[in-house]
Design a protein around this ligand. Structure first.
Ligand SMILES: Cc1ncc(C[n+]2csc(CCOP(=O)(O)OP(=O)(O)O)c2C)c(N)n1
Ligand SMILES: CC(=O)[C@@H](O)[C@H](O)COP(=O)(O)O
Ligand SMILES: [Mg+2]
Length: 639
């Protein structure tokens, strides 16, 4: 059969198709999603779940004019396929290729860049205000999942939008899943809307019914007067109605016709409207339907079996070691608590959750709440560990500062995905944490050189009587042996791995193994490089660093983090404080830019975060030093 998908160059082309053809199109889109993501990796299950919904959205709205904002944006692949990006689809999430998230730079059909959750309603409301202030006419639609709806920002926006009463459409894509099964009272409420037949009648239907029966109109008035009590029994979506939204639904999100009809209705209604759409995450691909968590964001896999392709012999990931260490520590100490903001598998806390269900809390996508709740637990005598991606802690900055650090509470931040995360790109790289945490008094910050050191650092952090952060990268560890006994590492103590005379390579975290390789290469070229594993970014091992700085006069810092305000900056500040201004310092790290998406290996090479990059930097510095020495000698007769 001829491909329908190939005839879709823009969403306008959907208008020529009947519902049967649209269903065929949906099947083709699913096939394309599965085949492509099985090679590139990506957010498969969320996209499989929104195929029909996305088709319906593009039938009702014109994304070249109307604004469609995809919350998180991980479910925007279908939208990309329908908006002129089929030819590039195989480059999805690859270096230089299509982004896995909406990007205004990529297409006029992408109204707003997303990646972090729960921002869509705020952004949409802002666009509504801009539209109305300018007197323009178009629809603004936020598409938000039930998981993202648990984020505080979403409620702040609903609250404000309900108050402003402006024309705005929110589509709630309810698949009962965040990455893991969705949690919380809101999730239970949405389930009740799904399942309880007494909720399934619309307000209008009930009014119509009452008009028809004897004394009905009178009854309607009574009902109206008693709305605060009775409405709860008869009106679906009461929570949203009370917030000022007209609630429509629930509607089967895989029925293109039904969704199209409801979206048209929403478009014609005035004021804020919420359309509740029910979908199945992973729809149409059995492995993803059965295991939506695994196929939420997945690496390359075998299409036939659904088996994830693993690199044979790959060492355990930092995440796995973190998860296991949490269990080991918690077995010895019932004060240890594990907290995640909707990322149990991503952070490795899922196994801890099984072993210690009473000491594990998934708070939903609510990073701010997670941090302040941890502060409360610490104030109550517990040792909470907030396991969180570096990029998502950005959202809880004030909570870290005001609720944890100001009171010097012993909360541990296990910052996974610190550094360049790869395919997710700029919204997800965890390259700002050192800068945003280092300036907060009381905070202790460490980064392990390998997965074995991670477990010792975690123990150190948990038993330090102050806020601590341990940052570690996405992916496999170094493959080193794992000690069976956990130790604590004295706060602020670095480690000399190689001694040397000409230059000192001062590295932090996963850059330490690269520095070691670089030192070996330099030695072969006759340059004697010392290698220090800094371990702590705060407090620095000042004595050791100053000793080596004075001895070699040439210091290179290496960090997978932005240069501004990071580890190297901390070293420069130290040298300035110590008055060692003549020491030559070169910092390797990420300059003042947002890093694109692509494999970690490519990105690291681009920014010199490799052994080769370190060698080049040292040699360039040596040449300059050599020239400088020669110049001085020519003028002064001495170096
Ligand atoms: C602030 C923030 N925290 C955590 C995440 C990680 N994350 C991405 S998608 C997701 C689940 C979203 O669930 P939902 O909105 O229901 O979308 P679904 O995948 O079910 O379609 C989470 C927790 C994020 N992107 N942003
Ligand atoms: C969209 C999102 O925020 C998450 O799904 C994220 O992509 C997960 O990243 P990891 O693959 O590193 O767990
Ligand atoms: Mg969901």
């Amino acid at each position: 059969m001829a491909s329908i998908l190939k005839t879709i160059y823009s969403p306008q082309d959907l208008q020529n198709l009947d519902y049967k053809e649209l269903q065929c199109l949906a099947r083709e889109i699913r096939e394309t999603l599965i085949n492509t993501v099985s090679v590139t990796g990506g957010h498969l299950a969320p996209n499989l779940g929104v195929v029909e919904l996305t088709i319906a959205i593009h039938r009702v709205f014109n994304s070249a004019v109307d604004r469609i904002i995809w919350d998180v944006g991980h479910q925007s692949y279908v939208h990309k396929l329908l908006t002129g990006r089929q030819a590039q689809f195989s480059t999805l999430r690859q270096y230089g290729g299509l982004s896995g998230f909406p990007k205004r730079d990529e297409s006029i059909h992408d109204a707003f860049d997303t990646g972090h959750s729960s921002t869509s309603i705020s952004a949409a409301l802002g666009m509504v205000l801009a539209r109305d202030l300018k007197g323009e006419k178009y629809s603004v639609v936020a598409v938000i999942g039930d998981g993202s709806m648990t984020g505080g920002m979403a409620f702040e926006a609903l609250n404000h939008a309900g108050h402003l009463k402006k024309n705005l459409i929110v589509i709630l894509n309810d698949n009962e899943m965040s990455i893991a099964p969705n949690v919380g009272a809101l999730s239970s409420y949405l389930s009740s809307l799904r399942t309880d037949p007494k909720y399934s009648r619309s307000k209008d239907e009930i009014a119509e019914l009452l008009q028809k029966i004897p004394h009905g109109p009178k009854l309607l008035k009574v009902v109206d007067r008693l709305k605060d009590s009775l409405k709860y029994l008869v009106v679906p979506g009461m929570l949203f109605e009370e917030l000022g939204f007209t609630y429509l639904g629930p509607v089967d999100g895989h029925d293109i016709k039904a969704v199209t009809t409801m979206l048209k209705q929403a478009k014609n209604l005035g004021g804020p409207v919420l359309v509740h759409v029910l979908t199945k995450k992973g729809k149409g691909y059995e492995p993803a339907e059965k295991n939506p968590d695994l196929f939420h964001g997945v690496g390359p896999f075998d299409v036939v079996t659904g088996a994830i392709k693993k690199i044979p012999g790959a060492p355990p990931s930092y995440t796995q070691i973190f998860g296991q260490t949490m269990i080991n520590l918690a077995k010895q100490d019932d004060k240890i608590i594990g907290i995640t903001a909707a990322m149990p598998s991503g952070t490795g806390l899922n196994k801890f959750a099984q072993e210690f269900p009473n000491r594990y809390f998934d708070v939903g996508i609510a990073e701010q709440h997670a941090v302040t709740m941890a502060a409360g637990l610490a104030a109550g005598g517990y040792r909470p560990v907030v396991a969180i991606y570096s990029t998502f802690l950005q959202r809880a900055y004030d909570q870290v500062l005001h609720d944890v650090c100001l009171q010097n509470l012993p909360v541990t931040f296990a910052l996974d995905r610190a550094g360049l995360v790869g395919d997710d790109g700029p919204t997800h790289h965890g390259v700002f944490d050192l800068a945003y945490l280092r300036n907060i008094p009381n905070m202790v910050i460490m980064a392990p050189k390998d997965e074995n050191e991670l477990q010792h650092m975690l123990k150190t952090a948990v038993y330090h009587n102050a806020p601590t952060a341990v940052r570690y990268p996405r992916g496999a560890g170094e493959g080193v042996a794992i000690d069976s006994q956990l130790q604590t590492i004295p706060i602020g103590q670095a480690e000399v791995l190689w001694d040397g005379e000409d230059v000192v390579l001062l590295a932090i975290g996963n850059m330490v193994p690269e520095a070691l390789k670089a030192a070996e290469n330099l030695r072969a070229q006759g340059i004697s490089a010392a290698v220090i594993n800094a371990r702590y970014v705060k407090p620095l091992d000042e004595e050791l660093i100053l000793h080596y700085a004075a001895r070699t006069g040439h210091l290179v810092t290496v960090e997978e983090h932005v240069l501004m305000g990071g580890f190297g900056s901390a070293v420069l500040e130290l040298l300035e404080r110590a008055g060692l201004s003549e020491v030559k310092v070169k910092r390797i790290g990420i300059p003042d830019c947002f890093v694109e998406h692509g494999k970690q290996k490519i990105l690291r090479a681009n920014y010199g975060l490799t052994a080769e990059g370190i060698v080049e930097t040292v040699l360039a510095g040596e040449q300059r030093l050599h020239k400088k020495r020669k110049r001085i000698k020519a003028v002064w007769g001495r170096e």
